[in-house]
Write a protein that binds this ligand. Structure first.
Ligand SMILES: C[S@@+](CC[C@H](N)C(=O)[O-])C[C@H]1O[C@@H](n2cnc3c(N)ncnc32)[C@H](O)[C@@H]1O
Length: 493
């Protein structure tokens, strides 16, 4: 069969050829984003293979979502033994080129006195192998290498249903690829995956993490500061996780790079317990400063609940009550103020502002309204380019109204069966906006969402320290949150 494709150059490495075929294919055929087609740059493919601590043995390898096979090809040219490969690629048109690239890898290996035996399957990987989560198969792989597709699935998708034991809320297909792959590995086998970092924390991925880390231990993690460094138009941090199918803890190698220049790596080794916590959340302390921050925050013995506080999500979901949200209104007679994420700035709330409807009609809204009391309001989302993940403001019941509305992109902290004092609310806002908390939060939160669950688990200092921060903030001209935090925490260290 001739596909009109470029031929290999003399002595061209198989991974370079696969990468070139991918670029050529992309020059006349758009990648299918509905199949999550983002192809791995050559440097990243080689870096992933270099992370694998195996070289000489004959290997049984799985490449789920293989694309043009750049990962498998990089593996073939690096390993010293024979390879038996199963490559899964659901896009049949693309798989013809995968075959071409693997055939070239086969010839290349033969010329280097090694053998590659490969099979390409066109089945959906999750449907074909997902049963392994409940019934682990006898025949398993030594290595799984993958850049899996990345997109959300509906809970009713057959892939989500087959893998229900790792699904909570809306699943992302990449986590299903990782879970199924773990089930297919032999004990002592390795998986190396490049994915978004979003699975490393948060409720949505909790069942996945519990399953994955009950089988696997992290051995090395590489963080790219932005997914855009790796894949042109995807905005999310990417990580490469090398994990071993094992229950034994060993030191974990952490590295980071700002882009694809792997010659400038920052590397360090941490104990498994510093990287994977009891809830299977991945923490990435990448510098000594991160260690110091983690030590301070973890030494605090309190939480919101222990201080008698609770955090909830704003009850107003705009599309459900669109008719009742107005650009003008009459507070307090017929309307309540409606606060959105945009009304909350670090340390201050502004209302009204030039933004979507700032008024919620009182009629039929009683179940959505909150009493006009002191709250700490927190944005639930941060833009990646924003300097801080946590944006909090004390709302000190300062609008002349009996009730307020909070839109669903806000979380709010309150005291059930009581009231937050102004000092408590201000003090919490100071702490949550501080560099200290931001650094701690970033150790485990790799996405732009700030969930109520994560905030419930956040360690807090004694309430007296929080109150003191609030007291000082109330009389401080500049409200420099880092100065206030350091000043007070110094006293409570
Ligand atoms: C992110 S791309 C990565 C391709 C290749 N591994 C690489 O590193 O360049 C994911 C690949 O998985 C394929 N794919 C998507 N859904 C799949 C599924 N359910 N089963 C098997 N392959 C799938 C896509 O067509 C795409 O080629």
């Amino acid at each position: 069969m001739t596909l009109g494709e470029p031929k290999p150059y003399p002595d061209e490495l198989p991974s370079a050829y696969a990468s070139r075929i991918g670029q050529w294919y992309g020059s006349w055929n758009k990648p299918d984003k509905t199949l999550g087609q983002f192809f791995t740059p050559l440097e990243v493919a080689r870096f992933m293979v270099a992370m694998l601590p195996v070289r000489h043995d004959p290997l049984r390898v799985l490449d789920p979502g293989a694309g043009f096979g750049v990962l498998s090809c990089a593996l073939c040219e690096t390993m010293r033994g024979d390879i038996t490969l199963v490559a899964c690629e659901v896009d049949r048109a693309l798989a013809a080129y995968l075959d071409l690239c693997l055939r070239y890898a086969q010839q290349w290996m033969k010329a280097h006195n090694r053998r590659l035996t490969y099979t390409i399957t066109h089945d959906d990987f999750v449907l074909a192998y997902g049963g392994a989560l409940d019934q682990p198969p006898p025949s398993t792989f030594d290595v799984v290498i993958s850049n899996p597709p990345y997109f959300k699935l509906s809970k009713t998708d057959p892939r989500a249903q087959l893998t229900a034991r790792v699904v909570h809320g809306q699943p992302n297909i990449y986590a299903l690829f990782m879970a199924v792959s773990a089930a297919l590995l032999r004990t002592g086998g390795y998986s190396v995956f490049i994915t978004p970092r979003s699975y490393s924390a948060g409720q949505y991925f909790s069942r996945f993490r519990d399953y994955f880390f009950s089988l696997m231990r992290p051995r090395a993690i590489h963080l790219f500061e932005s997914r855009r460094d790796v894949f042109d138009d995807v905005l999310q941090e990417s990580i490469i996780l090398l994990a071993e199918r094992s229950t034994q803890d060993r030191p974990v190698l952490l590295s980071t790079s700002a882009n694809l220049d792997f010659s400038q790596l920052a590397r360090r080794t941490k104990a498994t317990g510093d990287v994977l916590d009891a809830d299977h959340v991945l923490h990435l302390p990448l510098s000594e400063q991160d260690d110091a921050v983690a030590a301070v925050v973890r030494s605090w013995g309190f939480s919101l609940h222990q201080h008698g506080m609770e955090i909830s999500t704003g009850p107003v979901v705009p599309f459900r009550v669109a008719q009742r949200i107005m650009a003008v209104g009459n507070v307090p007679f017929t309307h309540a103020p409606l606060l959105w994420m945009q009304n909350v700035k670090p340390m201050r709330c502004e209302w009204p502002i030039q933004h979507k409807g700032q008024y919620l009609a009182l009629r039929e809204s009683s179940n959505l309204l909150l009493p006009n009391q002191n709250y700490v309001l927190l944005r639930r989302f941060s833009a990646k380019e924003e300097p801080q993940r946590l944006t909090a403001a004390a709302y000190l019941a300062d609008l002349d109204t009996p009730s307020i509305g909070l839109e669903n992109h806000l979380n709010y902290i309150y005291r059930p069966n009581g009231r937050l004092t102004a000092d408590e609310a201000l003090g919490l806002a100071v702490l949550l906006n501080s560099k200290l908390m931001d650094t701690y939060f970033r150790l485990f939160n790799g996405n732009t969402q700030v969930s109520a669950t994560e905030l419930r688990k956040l360690p807090l200092p004694p309430l007296e320290a929080i109150v003191e921060m609030g007291r000082l903030a109330a009389v401080s001209f500049d409200q420099d949150v880092d100065r206030l935090t350091n000043e007070v925490l110094g006293l409570y260290a």
